[in-house]
Design a protein around this ligand. Structure first.
Ligand SMILES: *Cc1c(COP(=O)(O)O)cnc(C)c1O
Length: 400
């Protein structure tokens, strides 16, 4: 059990707390699920890019899936070997492409023909061969939230099968491109296996048809997206997930890459906030806390569900909304939950906040971002200090 009271006293609130032991367990579960093949688990850094989180995963053997050169640099800084780093993303700047090529990472994952042209030109300028993979959009509905579904043609991600084929043929002929991988990622918080199985089959078929024209692809990157339990969802079993994918790879000798973010860190995280006071408006009960949407955006952005608990009290009582102090009606963590009466300084813990929590935090309302704490082998370590007002205004100038 995590000593939330002790941590609140020591580090103040609002506060992010990550149980590193949970991260290790999740990593091991997935790695083991793929043990029938060569595999690389490449942590999707965008889910939680704290250097200590990346470094903890790197120590387990994880690679890094990055969506900006900044994330690539974080991964290198945190000790991820360059040959386990992937640079993905639908729009990369020239300078990002150039730096990525110079840092000799495993591969750049491309999402359009235009991007391939840019990468080829930059590789020519540097007189090197760029290792690439191509993100294929298999046009599969992942049956998840529309904001986090990415595998349909109406989304901006990837290229269709025919375009992908053309791109591989071009890349295979180019002196400056080395097409070593293929990639798909159909969405996030996936809780059904069938869409993944279908997507994997479509992409594996493409790999086989490329092999038939002597284009050999080594890395089969199945993206991330494995869902976790926030409320009472049934999620995908990692072993069944791996089996479903591996079953589509008959006749192919490939290394499987998997890029989970949420699955590794989501349920390792707790967001701790303090009750300021309660109020009742026309019979509607609000618990106002010191954390806000700027600290944890998922409820406001996706109407996402997070379990909340008052520390040391049983859930139950009367219906209440848990809201922050920011001047937006969308500033809430939980709605219509049965919660016990609370008092000033009671603590509320918001569960499952390790992924897409701190990384989406902002300084809206001139609110310093929370501190982040890791629990490692029973000990708490501060892995990011709380921001101060000075941090927030450091880059501003009064020029009038
Ligand atoms: C966001 C993203 C991931 C990770 O998604 P999760 O749902 O956190 O597992 C993996 N790959 C790509 C390309 C992504 O954009």
């Amino acid at each position: 059990m995590i000593d939330f009271r002790g941590l609140a006293q020591k580090y103040d609130t609002p506060l992010y707390i990550y149980d590193f032991n949970h991260i290790t367990q999740q990593y091991e579960k997935l790695k083991k699920a793929f043990s029938a093949r060569k595999s690389l688990i490449s942590y999707a850094v965008k889910a939680n890019s704290n250097l200590s989180v990346i470094s903890h995963l790197a120590q387990q053997g994880s690679g890094a899936d990055c969506v900006s050169i900044g994330e690539v640099k974080r991964a290198l800084m945190a000790g991820v070997p360059k040959y386990k780093i992937i640079f993905s993303g639908v729009g990369k700047r020239d300078d990002e492409i150039e730096e990525a090529l110079k840092s000799d990472i495993l591969l750049l994952n491309l999402e359009s023909e235009a991007e391939m042209e840019r990468v080829e030109q930059i590789a020519r300028k540097l007189d090197m061969q760029a290792r690439i993979s191509i993100r294929v959009n298999p046009n599969i509905d992942p049956k998840t939230h529309p904001y986090i579904s990415t595998g349909l043609h109406e989304n901006k991600f990837g290229v269709d099968i025919e375009t992908a084929k053309r791109m591989y043929i071009h890349a295979n002929h180019s002196d400056y491109l080395d097409p070593i991988g293929i990639h798909f990622h159909i969405g996030s918080q996936l809780t059904e296996l069938d869409p993944i199985r279908e997507a994997s089959m479509i992409v594996a078929d493409l790999v086989r048809s490329l092999a038939a024209i002597n284009i050999e692809i080594k890395f089969f990157d199945v993206g991330g997206g494995l869902g976790i339990v926030y409320d009472n969802e049934t999620t995908i079993d990692p072993y069944e997930y791996a089996q479903a994918i591996l079953a589509t790879l008959y006749g192919l000798d490939m290394t499987v890459i998997c890029e989970p973010g949420r699955f590794l860190v989501g349920n390792a995280g707790y967001f701790l906030t303090r009750v300021l006071y309660e109020k009742v408006n026309e019979g509607k009960r609000f618990i106002i806390v010191d954390g806000a949407m700027n600290d944890l955006l998922r409820p406001s952005l996706y109407n996402a569900y997070h379990k909340v608990e008052v520390v040391g009290k049983e859930n139950g009582g009367s219906e209440a909304d848990v809201v922050g102090p920011v001047c937006e009606s969308g500033d809430f963590f939980a709605k219509k939950r049965l919660l016990p009466p609370t008092e000033h300084d009671d603590l509320i813990v918001v569960h499952s906040t390790g992924a897409y929590g701190f990384v989406m935090a902002s300084n809206y309302n001139t609110r310093p971002r929370p501190a982040e704490i890791a629990i490692v082998e029973g000990k708490d370590r501060c892995i990011r200090q709380r921001e101060t007002l000075d941090d927030l205004i450091r880059l501003e100038k009064m020029c009038l």
